[in-house]
Design a protein around this ligand. Structure first.
Ligand SMILES: [Zn+2]
Length: 73
C-alpha cells in the first residue's frame, strides 16, 4: 500500500464532491471518507472557524478545507 499524498487533482475531486453535498469518497480507494469537523480556536486564528477534515480510512490521506465559504472557482 503506497502512502502518498493526494495530488491537487485528487484533492479537488474530494472537495468538489463534498461541496456538492455528496459523501466524498477517496479517489484512490473508492471508499467513503470519514468526516470530522474541526472547531476553531486552537489554531491561533483568533476566531472560531469551521473546518472540515476528510480522512480516508484506507490510505490515510486527508483533505482539510474551510467549510465556511463554498469557494468554487
Ligand atoms: Zn484512500
Amino acid at each position: 500500500m503506497t502512502e502518498r499524498p493526494f495530488t491537487p487533482e485528487e484533492e479537488q475531486e474530494v472537495r468538489a464532491a463534498r461541496l456538492a453535498g455528496r459523501t466524498a469518497s477517496c479517489p484512490r480507494c473508492a471508499v467513503p471518507m470519514r468526516e470530522r469537523s474541526i472547531g476553531g480556536g486552537s489554531f491561533g486564528l483568533g476566531y472560531a472557524r469551521h473546518r472540515t477534515w476528510l480522512l480516508c480510512p484506507v490510505c490515510r490521506n486527508s483533505v482539510i478545507f474551510d467549510a465556511e465559504r463554498g469557494t468554487r472557482t
